[in-house]
Design a protein around this ligand. Sequence first.
Ligand code: CA
Length: 412
Amino acid sequence: MKLNATHDPARRSWVESANAPGCAFPIQNLPWGVFSQGGGAARVGVAIGDQILDVTALEAEGLVEPAPGGRVFGSGVLNPFMALGPAIWSATRAQIADLLDAAGGARDLPLLAQADVAMHLPIFVRSFTDFYASREHATNVGAMFRGPENALPPNWLHIPIGYNGRASTVVASGTPVRRPLGQLKSAGDALPRLGPSEKMDFELELGAVIGTGSVMGRPVSTAEAWEMIFGFVLLNDWSARDVQVWEYQPLGPFQSKAFATTIGPWVVTREALEPFRVAPPAREVDLLPYLAEGTHRNLDLHLEVDLARGGQAARTVARTNARHLYYSAAQQVAHHTISGCAMEVGDLIGSGTISGPSLDSCGSLLELTENGKRGDFLQDGDRVMFRGWCEGGYRLGFGPCEGVIMPAPEAP
Ligand code: CA
């Protein structure tokens, strides 16, 4: 996609808070979310400065009309709008940017303070697939679980490794996360036991939101896959490491990842992120042609993890960047369809934990604490918050993606 007027760094909004240096939501961002006020119905909105533009109301007033003669913003999720495809996403973004542009002067638009609304899941998640695209993370985890000589599985440099996760437990930022029960078996135990996970962890990931589907039986190219992506969200793929290490062979993670996945409230569009595309890490071996990319689709996206423990102030425990990912979201989606597997509107594609080359750039406590040797896993009451932003003349923020750990339930 070529850059257009919506990416112009000189553009300003008449919503003054959007022009403040470092604001997460300048007029160049315009991320999509779903909100409600005072217990009312869920509505679709776009963030601008410290406000939300009520797009459900804009559509009702006829100020935007992405589906002439019909409504797509009345259902409280982005799926009907996403299904209209990239040309309509782009035209609507341009229209909203024009409505908010300082050059046109202040207008009487339905704006609400973000502080006064509750945010919800922005999409109906049709399916959730989680990949494993950070070479550093795969190497660190492999070394711990299988030894340094078997750290990177033999297929890893050829296949974007993934597994089919659970859409039913994808939750909005701020939803408390209950510590899971699971089968636990330590190295010295003869038999497994049932108990609350003692190694509960976060995984710092980026989620790609599929906006248009593909046809069963027809693989898509990486270029087509990129066009199918509506946008990206921060994603916490909560994990129970002790459950995982006992259950994961031979079919991969199951209950260790199924209890909760938190996504951030704002979907930052692929179009808004276009100026921040960068080259992927160097390839050690050539990829098969169906995974090749003629262009760069990694994102220069700064990421941070804050941890607040026992009511104490939050401290930043990891700083990294999505540019370290070995496989782009487009490569993951292309691989996902190579068998003929269909993609659907509202599918969520997790990148895999994003770790960088240094210890403090690792995206999980498994790595940051070296499997508990240099610190604790998550405790009840801990609050984990992810932040993400691109920087380049202006800042594109994602808004916080957070959750608090609740005690485990009683065993049935
Ligand atoms: Ca994961």
